[in-house]
Unconditional design. Structure first.
Length: 114
């Protein structure tokens, strides 16, 4: 597995979770990386991106609540999710940005209860 997402779980609305994406040595998180979400019955969408230069971009619905970051030494990308809402529920994946089909892993499930 080249990109391993973890850290999901069940949380009440208003709670927080921190997702991690550990990359294999074949992938450098210095390249543009993204977090994506697939809600039940919906297409996968971009949630947050961190560029090679460190610029971050967020989906409108998560702005001010989610923060993407990376640890180059650990070759890991993170997604800090605060003030979670039920509509944040879904499977979260990490991938390069733009995404590469070959790099989709199993993702990590986030469920936010109301």
């Amino acid at each position: 597995v080249q990109l391993q997402a973890s850290g999901g779980g069940l949380v009440q609305a208003g709670g927080s979770l921190r997702l991690s994406c550990a990359a294999s040595r074949r992938i450098s998180v210095l390249s543009a990386m993204g977090w994506y979400r697939q809600a039940p019955g919906e297409q996968r969408v971009m949630v947050a991106v961190i560029s090679h230069g460190g610029t971050t971009t967020y989906r409108d619905s998560v702005k001010g609540r989610f923060t993407i970051s990376r640890d180059i030494a650990k070759n890991t990308v993170y997604l800090q999710m605060n003030s979670l809402k039920p509509e944040d529920t879904g499977v979260y994946y990490c991938n390069k940005y733009p995404e590469r089909n070959i790099l989709w892993g199993q993702g990590t499930q986030v469920t936010v209860s109301s």
